[in-house]
Design a protein around this ligand. Structure first.
Ligand code: GRF
Length: 199
């Protein structure tokens, strides 16, 4: 798999994907890292590893992902040979222009047991709702917010005395294992039809 990563923040999930590749647990390569935030640490992580990276120009919009920016992003990902796009803490909603360029090949990691608690800071939502358990989910991206078909998910316990920070840290530890595993699963399912059509 040739991966393109989109992120807006720290990039710890991208780091986990890199670590899984380095350890020989994930047969993939990260070809391009793009961020809508020029100061995001995910870009620094990419630079340190010599991975091509760059900034997405969202035309001054704070939260929207304008169509022009999505088309530019699709062109950059294609030019890099990307076969699977991984959202890793990317804070803008991906819509038709980019979804159409990579049909069923854009995935996201979300810090809740979807369909519970879509949207921002899901671990805080889970705590506020008194949910019995938290979790994380890797899913295909569709036009909704955190609504696409689920690839993998795992429960994370909420412990007595948990703060938002302690719960988020526990969820992220699981995310770092779950995301590379989900990418392997996607690779197997994407390659299976090709193998099946061989003579
Ligand atoms: C993760 O918790 C992920 O579930 C959410 O955004 C966070 C990104 O963290 N979508 P990082 O940038 O990978 O450290």
């Amino acid at each position: 798999m040739v991966l393109g990563i989109l992120g807006s923040g720290s990039g710890s999930n991208m780091q986990a994907i890199l670590d899984a590749i380095d350890a020989g647990n994930l047969d993939a390569r990260i070809a391009l890292v793009l961020s809508d935030n020029p100061d995001a640490f995910i870009l620094e992580r990419a630079r340190r590893r010599g991975i091509p990276c760059g900034v997405i120009d969202c035309r001054g919009f704070l939260t929207r992902f304008p169509d022009e920016a999505q088309l530019e992003t699709a062109a950059r990902l294609r030019a890099a040979g990307v076969t699977l796009v991984c959202l890793a803490g990317f804070l803008r909603l991906v819509k038709r222009p980019l979804l159409d360029a990579f049909p069923k090949r854009i995935i996201n990691i979300h810090p809740s047991l979807l369909p519970a608690f879509p949207g921002l800071e899901s671990w805080k939502q889970a705590l506020a709702a008194g949910a019995p358990t938290a979790g994380c989910t890797v899913h295909l991206v569709d036009e909704g917010m955190d609504t696409g078909p689920i690839i993998l998910q795992e429960e994370v316990p909420i412990l007595p005395g948990d703060s938002a920070d302690s719960l988020h840290a526990r969820i992220q530890t699981v995310e770092h294992r779950l995301y590379p595993t989900a990418i392997s699963k996607m690779a197997a399912s994407l390659l299976a039809p090709a193998r099946a059509s061989l003579p």
